[in-house]
Ligand binder design. Structure first.
Ligand SMILES: [Zn+2]
Length: 396
């Protein structure tokens, strides 16, 4: 059997599977076929949960001993949108102007195609690695992300799998390959505050209690002072008010309740719990204290706060060998010095970091989720060479 050393061939096989979340659509089968000549053992657990679609995932391992490197990613893609708007059909993997077009080209079937090719080249040159390489690939990253990476990690751990390091192949570069390695992410916390007042006539405010005044006090307490000044690795934590809702159509009525929603992107000076405690404290102080929005009212603002979605913690990978080996591989192949960044939204790395040190490096993300998503063939070759170099050095 021939080794899967060509990233272009690997990617075209993957793009031709229309694996819009939660459909497998042959994408994991295509990946399994590429991994077979490498001698990997492949398993494809299906996870279920009430209210979400069943999702098929893939775990493959090549080798038995340590050190054990995990490559993590997803084969599901976002919908193509209006297919007529694409210059080349979204699931045809057509090549034009030196680029391959298709949904998932950069996010992130391309990253998978390159890593498989790199491993193929590594095995071609050295035989099986002195250690193990595993693939942790989910079909549920772009969707609810309930039946994907979180469960796959637990599933593998229950079977005795442990890892020394992980590389996530999501697109991390802004403009050019070699721009950026992600070594951590900010945390995310969302909440909604409801203030209860007493409805009444605007001409008789002393008979009513306007909840909007309480909400203004809360907004000010959340925005000032700043939560922190940032660290050498992270920008300052930032709270954004995302909505203020009263829903009152009348001009002469003081409303009975008002709500505000917010999201905080926070650095690793905070745990989710310490940040929640800080927010509670600020609100309690504002509710009880005097402030310019409240008329002479001895009673505190009546409110509650509800935490929404799943908060995700901030993390920073401090494993020097992993970060340095990857940065050196990027430098050796591209001649560029990648920024070590914690920017951007959350990714599945936030789940993997509970199991082993994790870094992220993949293609250029410019066209991800867009019409005409595409990847330069040259970038596929360059990324494959970076991954190959990384494997060489990490297993050396
Ligand atoms: Zn992605």
């Amino acid at each position: 059997m021939t080794l899967p050393t060509d990233p272009v061939a690997n990617l075209s096989a993957l793009i031709r599977c229309p694996s819009v979340t939660p459909e497998e659509a042959g994408a994991l089968t295509a990946l399994e076929k590429m991994l077979a000549p490498l001698g990997a053992t492949v398993e494809r657990p299906i996870f279920r949960d009430g209210g979400t679609p069943d999702v098929e995932n893939l775990y493959a391992r090549l080798g038995e001993g340590g050190p054990h490197l995990m490559f993590a990613g997803h084969t599901d893609v976002v919908p193509p949108g209006d297919e007529g708007a694409w210059r080349h059909p979204p699931f045809a993997a057509e090549v034009a102007d030196g680029a391959m077009f298709g949904r998932g080209a950069v996010d992130m079937k391309g990253g998978i195609a390159c890593f498989v090719a790199a491993l193929g080249r590594y095995v071609d040159a050295h035989g099986a690695p002195r250690g193990s390489v595993s693939f942790l690939v989910t079909g549920d990253e772009e969707g609810p992300a309930v039946n994907g990476t979180v469960k796959l990690l637990e599933w593998a751990r229950e079977r005795g799998e442990t890892w020394d390091a992980a590389l996530v192949g999501e697109p991390t570069n802004r403009e050019m390959l070699g721009d950026m390695i992600k070594i951590g992410r900010r945390g995310s916390l969302s909440g909604r505050i409801t203030v209860r007042g007493r409805q009444g006539h605007v001409a008789y405010p002393h008979l009513a209690d306007n909840p909007v005044r309480g909400l203004l006090a809360f907004a000010e307490a959340l925005l000032q002072p700043p939560f922190d000044e940032g660290t050498s690795d992270f920008p300052p934590s930032n709270l954004e008010l995302t909505s203020i809702d009263v829903g009152n159509p009348a001009v002469n009525v003081i409303p009975a309740r008002a709500t505000a929603a917010f999201n905080v992107r926070f650095n690793d000076l905070w745990e989710t719990e310490t940040l929640q405690a800080e927010i509670h404290q600020r609100l309690d102080r504002a509710a009880a204290g005097e402030n310019r929005y409240r008329q002479e009212r001895p009673d505190p603002v009546d409110f509650d706060i509800e935490w929404r979605d799943r908060p995700s913690p901030a993390f920073l990978t401090r494993n020097e060998r992993l970060v340095k080996t990857l940065a050196a591989a990027v430098g050796a192949v591209t001649g560029r010095r990648p920024e070590l960044s914690t920017s951007g939204g959350t990714s599945d790395a936030r789940f993997i970091k509970d199991y082993c040190p994790v870094v992220e490096f993949g293609l250029v993300g410019q066209t991800m989720h867009m019409v005409d998503e595409r990847v330069a063939l040259e970038d596929l070759e360059t990324l494959t060479r970076i991954y190959t170099r990384f494997l060489d050095d990490w297993f050396a």
